[in-house]
Design a binder for this molecule. Sequence first.
Ligand SMILES: [Zn+2]
Ligand SMILES: [Zn+2]
Length: 324
Amino acid sequence: MICLIYIYVFIRCPGRLSMANFTFQDFQRLSADPDAYSALRAESKYIQSSPKIISLPCRLQFVRNVKGYFYLGFIVFTWAYNTYIVPEIILLPQYYEGNIGLVPVLCYYAVSLFTVVALFRSVTCDPGRLPFDLKPTSHDQLNWTHCQRCLIQRPLKSHHCSKCQRCIRKMDHHCHWINNCVAEDNQWLFILLVLYAAILSIYTLVLDTLHFYYLPACQTCDSTSFIVKHQRYFMYVSFVLGIILTSLAGTQVLQQTINIITNLSTVESIIHARKPIHERPAVIPRSAYDSFREVCGPGPILWWFNPFRRHSAKPEIYYYQHTV
Ligand SMILES: [Zn+2]
Ligand SMILES: [Zn+2]
């Protein structure tokens, strides 16, 4: 699945990825050509005058992208469908008839709540967008790369997102499923989202299977109600949605774990994969704890699983600090 995604991105965005190697020296060379430079200025002005980011109250932000609306709508529908149908058909009737305890019911609602909180915050937060008037120090200029679209210099590991039309600090990738970039300030939320979504969808598949093969039929349910009459078909849809979400979320849990431990973003992995093996930078081994601590923040490990907490990025490594 990951290889297929890489191949897809290679085919779709070769030009965008080549910009990641655009240095300040490249920019100075290009600036010497008046025609090329005026074209860059015109494109940069267009990007700044037609922002893709919609600002909402309470510091919430949303990316204007029709494709993203479709993918995000599917995720929200899947969550809402299973959160309503599974308790309505399986959990609550079986609990009222004494076939299961209260704990499985509360666990299902808790995981569902954690999933939707992580989803809402991943979608609406600023993942680490760099301002258009960014002014680095002279020391920064030596190491920072240059964006030929925003015409700014930016910290290492920043990349330009063509969907958001902005440079993003420590960008991992733009995710259509959350209609937002995954980057320095929301990667921890994205990891929680895919983790809880995977748990929720696997839990749903287990309950659906138990409903079909193990749990007794509901005796006290109103057999004339629409949901009870058509529960078999509702369960089929729930099962299919559960399989799709398990595949999507499970793939991302694996991908993000590899990215964090190797300290390589998805974008960097794609760029490095295009180079000969001897030109690829060596992966510096780090412990899993140190790797996840850098992304998830300080505090006990259990605290990392809390999607309600506030989290600050590490200011000594990356230039800007924002609290999400
Ligand atoms: Zn840019
Ligand atoms: Zn983006």
